[in-house]
Structures are given as structure tokens and as C-alpha cells.
Write a protein that binds this ligand. Structure first.
Ligand code: APR
Length: 255
């Protein structure tokens, strides 16, 4: 009996199956409102395009373009005036979007929601997917996880329209980091024929002296197409928490 159990475990419960289970279950949860046959089809297409990007490849040789097909194969909604970018503010930003439903981050879209917090990679010459023994974020630049976030962030930024918002961390000396995903990928993919402006929300805590005059924010402003209207406002973290606890009837009234 134990031999049979071992065979079943190898056949059904291998490392790839765990990842598949998480991806498929998050995908169907996200698409809750779609009719079931369509939902299954979309999630299967997503899984196939996702694994197609890295399975069988060296863990440090997955270019961003490997995820092109994935980005093109899933439905993408327009979020005019509601796109929210972030850098070093992950926790508060997601509390805010989930609590108020006012703005939409990459992690509130299908691909970002499904992959948030996951680790994955392939191996040269193997058809399997792995979730352990994969390169860390900075270990090699072209690792499957980092390339995924780079590619989907570029697509998310390119699709932004109207006035977009970014929440930056006012407790840091350089709230705008040109080497972050926001600074190195998203800002460079803004499409000024779709986007009209960028509103910086500098999230501050009582103890710091966050200011929109910060030189890193001047660098952000310089990096933007002059056609985009730039604005900046210091908002206390406590004010955002208050907004999450008691969401306003009209979005936009939080700060
Ligand atoms: N090591 C491990 N993980 C990292 C590292 C690192 N050195 N750098 C970034 N990450 C991953 C983590 O998962 C982290 O929570 O990227 C996430 C965001 O990193 P930040 O530096 O806080 O922000 P940024 O690089 O600007 O990325 C956020 O990119 O994905 C898009 O739309 C999203 O606007 C958002 C931005």
C-alpha cells in the first residue's frame, strides 16, 4: 500500500502540481464573475502561456520577452483614472485598494493577483516546474520571477490611461528610486497619448519630514514626458488608514 501511495504522490503531488493548483485556484477565484466554462478556458490558457515562458529554460536565462505571449493571452481591462503604481509601500497600498476598491494596482489585475508572492522556475532539460531552489530576486537579473514582474509591469504601465497615481514612501531619503521597478520600467512605459497625468501621494508618518520638494521627486518629474501633468501631495499614513476603515462614498475624497 505504501508503494502505491508513493507512486501516487510522485504522479500527482510533484512540485509542479502544487504551483499549478495555486495558479488555477487563484485564477478561477479572480474570474469569479465569468461563466465557468469560459473561466476554465482562460485559466488553462494562462497556465500554458505562463509555463511556456520558463519551463525547460536555465533559471537565469529567462528574458522579459518570454512572457510576451502570456501578457497578450489574458484579457486586460481599462482602468482609466484608477491606475495606482507604488514603490516601497506594498502593504499600505494593497490594504487601500482592497479596502476601498477606489484604485487598481497590478496586483488587483488577473496576472498580478495570481502570481503575487509566488516563486517559480524551470530547469534546463526538464519539463517540470519548481518552487524551491529558484534564484533570489538579485541573484541573476534574468530570473523567471523578476522577468515576469518586469514584463507585466511594463504592460500595466503602458495600458494606464487618464490620471494615474503613485504611492511612494515618504519615510525614505529617496522615495523615488530610479532602479526600482516603478522607476526603471513603469515610468519608461507610460504612454502620454493615453495618460494625462501622474499624481504622487507621498505616504508619510508623523515622525518624518516628508516633502514634495525631495530631490528624488524632482528627478521623477524630469523623467516624465512634459505632456504629463505632475502633482504631488504629502498624505499621512493615518489618514489613509482612516480612509480604509471608513471608505468615502466618492473615491477621490481620501486626500
Ligand atoms: N529582493 C526581493 N524582492 C524584491 C526586490 C529584492 N531586492 N526588489 C523588489 N522585489 C519585489 C518584492 O516582491 C517587492 O515587494 O518587488 C516588490 C516591489 O519592490 P519595491 O522596491 O517596493 O517597488 P518597485 O520595485 O518599484 O515595484 C513596484 O512595480 O510591479 C510593479 O505596479 C507595480 O508599481 C508597482 C511597482
Amino acid at each position: 500500500l505504501s508503494i502505491l501511495a508513493a507512486i501516487l504522490a510522485i504522479g500527482l503531488g510533484g512540485p509542479g502540481n502544487d504551483l499549478r493548483r495555486v495558479v488555477m485556484s487563484r485564477c478561477t477565484t479572480f474570474l469569479e464573475r465569468e461563466d465557468p466554462p469560459n473561466r476554465r478556458k482562460i485559466c488553462q490558457t494562462l497556465w500554458d502561456a505562463f509555463t511556456g515562458a520558463f519551463v525547460g529554460r536555465d533559471q537565469c536565462e529567462v528574458p522579459l520577452e518570454a512572457y510576451d505571449q502570456l501578457v497578450h493571452s489574458v484579457p486586460q481591462k481599462d482602468h482609466c483614472h484608477r491606475t495606482l503604481f507604488w514603490s516601497k509601500t506594498k502593504h499600505v497600498v494593497h490594504q487601500f485598494t482592497q479596502g476601498t476598491k477606489c484604485l487598481v494596482t497590478l496586483e488587483d489585475t488577473l496576472l498580478g493577483f495570481v502570481m503575487d508572492g509566488l516563486t517559480w522556475c524551470g530547469r534546463n532539460g526538464s519539463r517540470k516546474t519548481f518552487t524551491t531552489g529558484c534564484p533570489r530576486w538579485t541573484q541573476c537579473p534574468l530570473n523567471p520571477v523578476r522577468s515576469f514582474w518586469g514584463r507585466v509591469s511594463a504592460a500595466f504601465a503602458a495600458s494606464a490611461c487618464g490620471n494615474a497615481t503613485v504611492m511612494l514612501n515618504g519615510s525614505l531619503a529617496t522615495p523615488f528610486d530610479p532602479n526600482s521597478t516603478f522607476g526603471s520600467i513603469e515610468v519608461k512605459n507610460f504612454n502620454s497619448s493615453r495618460m494625462t497625468g501622474l499624481a504622487v501621494v507621498l505616504v508619510a508618518s508623523e515622525s518624518d519630514s516628508a516633502t514634495c520638494e525631495n530631490s528624488s521627486l524632482q528627478n521623477l518629474q524630469k523623467a516624465l514626458d512634459p505632456a504629463l501633468k505632475y502633482s504631488c501631495k504629502v498624505v499621512q499614513q493615518s489618514q489613509i488608514q482612516g480612509c480604509i476603515a471608513d471608505p468615502p462614498l466618492a473615491c477621490g475624497k481620501c486626500w
